[in-house]
Design a protein around this ligand. Sequence first.
Ligand code: FES
Length: 306
Amino acid sequence: MRVPLGFSVLEASWRFNIAHACVCGGRGRCSTCRIRIVGDRGGLPEPSPREIAVLERAGYGEDEAVRLACQLRPKADVVVVPLLPPNADASHAVGNRHPHTGEERYVVSMFVDMRGSTKMAEGRMPFDTVFIINRFIGAVSQAVIEAGGEPNQFLGDGILALFGLETKPGTASRQALRAASLIAANVERLNQQFGEELSEPIRFGIGIHGGEVIVGDIGYREHVVFTALGDAVNVTARLQEMTKALDCEVVFSDEVRKAAGLPSDAMPTVEVPIRGRVEPLIVRTARTAAVLATPVESVATAAPLL
Ligand code: FES
C-alpha cells in the first residue's frame, strides 16, 4: 500500500479497507491494533512514552518489534503483521480502568460537537470526510487527556468527555475548562494543516456542566461501554446545543465556574431555560474557547490542582 507520509499504520489499513482490530478507535489505549514489524526497523520513529506504557501493560515491554499500529507513523517502507484478528474485542484490550457495576458520583461532563460536518461531506470522498472527522476527534481527545479527563463516547462527529472520575469537583471543573482551551489550540492547528483543503475552517461547540450522575458499564455482551447517566449529562448536551443560539464556542454552567474558582466576572452570564426545570440555569459563555486559557491558568497558579 502506498499512503501519504504522516499516516499511521492503522490509518493505512483503514484507507485500503483492510480490517484491523482497534477497540479504542486508534487512541493508543487498548493495544488491540498491535503489530509485529517484520525485517528492518532501523528507520522507524521511536515509540512515545505513552505507546511504551501501553505495550508494557500488554506484555510487550521487552519486544521492540511490536508496536501500536495507531501510533506508529513510518517515514519509510515497512512490513507489518497484525498480532490480533480484526474482530478482537474489548477482552483483548488493556486499560479497562473502570469495570463498574454502577456507582453514583460527581462528574463534570463535556460535550464537543463538530459544526457543519454534513456540509463538509458534500462533494468529498467518504474516506476524506471520515479522515477529517477522525482528525478532529483525535485533536479533541488529545486535549481532554492532556487536561486530565477521559474521552468517553463518540457520537458521530461529537464526543462526550468525563472529568472527575478520580478527582474532586473543583479539580474536575478546572480540567474541563482547560481542556476547552486546549481543544481550541488543537483545532486551530488542524485548520492550519488542512489549509485550503477545507472550504471553511473546522468549527465546534462545547457544553460543560457538573453534577451527581450514575457511572457504570452499560451495554450488551462485548458491546459494553463505561459511561455516565443522569440529568447533569443531559443538561451538558443542551448547553452544547445552545452554543449555536448564543453564538459562542463554549457554554458552561455557573456551578462549574464556581467550582473551578474562576472570579464572578470571569465570563458573560446568561440565564437559560432548561426543559423540566422551573428555575432557569445560570450559565457562562466564552465566545472562543481560547479565551478560557488565561483565567484557568491564573486560578491554577493561585491554587494548584491537587
Ligand atoms: S487502536 Fe487502540 S491502541 Fe491502537
